[in-house]
Design a protein around this ligand. Structure first.
Ligand code: ADP
Ligand code: MG
Length: 379
């Protein structure tokens, strides 16, 4: 054992503290200071804090601290909704656990399973995965979850929504009943309360967003809205992209995969450096596009909701809702891809014919004082 050290008042293994200092984390963020003590006390936790506030390390630090790096059993399990988020969370946990020798592996679809099996055979302390592939490994008996001590659902409300709820049930059932469970998200809508009661044991609630409305965006993001008819959206996006600085990094959301392809192509043919990403592409292609967006060589990314949650690319200056999302939670997550950890950012939303109701909800719940209404020159 390597003894303990203090990091902003939190007692952690020396090797963990040295690693997070090397990462440039001088002191805990608010959500880290609030949740890490309860995580270390092995309490179940439901933690809600705005986008970009450091939730990954809020569970990553205690998880890397709690697991025994010398054991060959999987003791930490993190479930996330997308492959790209699995990659990102894995990278962060690897960095946090690096000096302690904590083995972390990402397990997700679209990549040859043999490579993951080989890595799992080495004995990994922490598995970060998407539900489908995690189940696949469990069924092949290449992943044994019967020694899991800490399970975390990142983007918890999406993990407990209908798309994943059965998978969560299946996976959590096959971990020990004595495990610690923690949920993290920027949004905790009411519908998951029943599932929280089902999967968690007397959880400690940590809510760092407005209690009254239960939903909050960061102050550093300008939220601009344009009314625009569907047929005029192509003109609208041109007007906006022509106006913004040429060194901006822009993430544009569309509803459908074909829409992503069409808009990315259209922008590229107008001379804008844009590419698309969505679930219909091969993982090799997705990795190529995401890596070039991360390293800044790609300036404009058109995406489906695949990119709505969790992705941390601090250089993104603008998020554009070319098509509005389905609900206010997805709106909060999408615009949360900019203005992270105190940085400033701009979110621009196109209010089409079908979006008035959602727009009203956004104004009512997030606050009219945070909204800026603008008009296109062609109206
Ligand atoms: P969230 O999950 O809350 O959206 P992330 O975990 O993705 O936020 O963290 C947002 C950014 O903040 C990341 O770039 C991360 O490296 C950085 N970060 C996290 N914790 C700290 C800290 N204690 N000090 C400085 N930067 C931090
Ligand atoms: Mg996150």
């Amino acid at each position: 054992m390597d003894g303990t050290d203090s990091w902003g008042g939190l007692e952690l293994s020396k090797s963990i503290v040295s690693a997070i200092i090397e990462m440039g984390y001088k002191a805990p963020s608010e959500i880290q200071a609030a949740s890490i003590p309860w995580m270390l006390e092995r309490r179940d936790v439901v933690a809600q804090a705005v986008t970009g506030s450091g939730k990954t390390a809020a569970f990553g630090i205690p998880m890397c601290d709690v697991v025994d790096p010398n054991s060959r059993d999987v003791q930490g399990l993190v479930l996330v909704p997308t492959r790209e988020l699995a990659q990102q969370v894995t990278r962060e946990l690897m960095l946090i656990g690096r000096n302690r020798g904590v083995g972390v592996i990402a397990v997700y679809g679209g990549e040859p399973i043999a490579r993951q099996i080989k890595a799992l055979e080495k004995g990994m302390s922490i598995v970060v995965g998407t539900p489908g592939r995690v189940k696949d490994h469990m069924n092949r008996r290449t992943l044994d979850l019967s020694y899991v001590r800490m399970a975390v659902l990142d983007e918890a409300d999406e993990m407990l929504d209908i798309g994943f709820a059965d998978d969560m049930e299946y996976i959590l059932k096959r971990t020990p009943g004595t495990r610690q469970t923690a949920l993290f998200s920027a949004t905790i809508p009411g519908f998951i309360r029943g599932l929280i009661r089902k999967h968690l044991n007397d959880p400690r609630w940590i809510q760092l967003v407005s209690d009254a409305k239960g939903i909050e965006t960061v102050d550093e993001v300008d939220q601009i809205f344009y009314d625009v008819a569907g047929q005029d959206k192509p003109d609208g996006i041109m007007e906006i992209l022509d106006e913004i600085d040429s060194d901006s990094q822009v993430l544009i959301f569309r509803k459908m995969q074909v829409g992503v392809d069409r808009l990315a192509k259209g922008l590229a043919s107008e001379g804008f450096p844009a590419q698309g990403i969505h679930g219909g592409m091969s993982q090799t292609e997705r990795n190529r596009v995401m890596n070039s967006f991360r390293d800044g060589s790609l300036r404009m990314l058109v995406a489906t909701n695949l990119a709505a949650r969790g992705l941390d690319i601090p250089t993104i200056s603008h998020v554009i809702n070319y098509d509005m999302p389905e609900n206010i939670e997805e709106y909060v997550h999408r615009i949360g891809r900019t203005a992270r950890m105190g940085k400033r950012g701009t979110a621009i939303s196109f209010i089409g014919e079908w979006d008035f109701e959602l727009h009203e909800t956004i104004v009512a719940k997030i606050g009219a004082e945070k909204m800026i209404k603008r008009q296109f020159s062609f109206y």
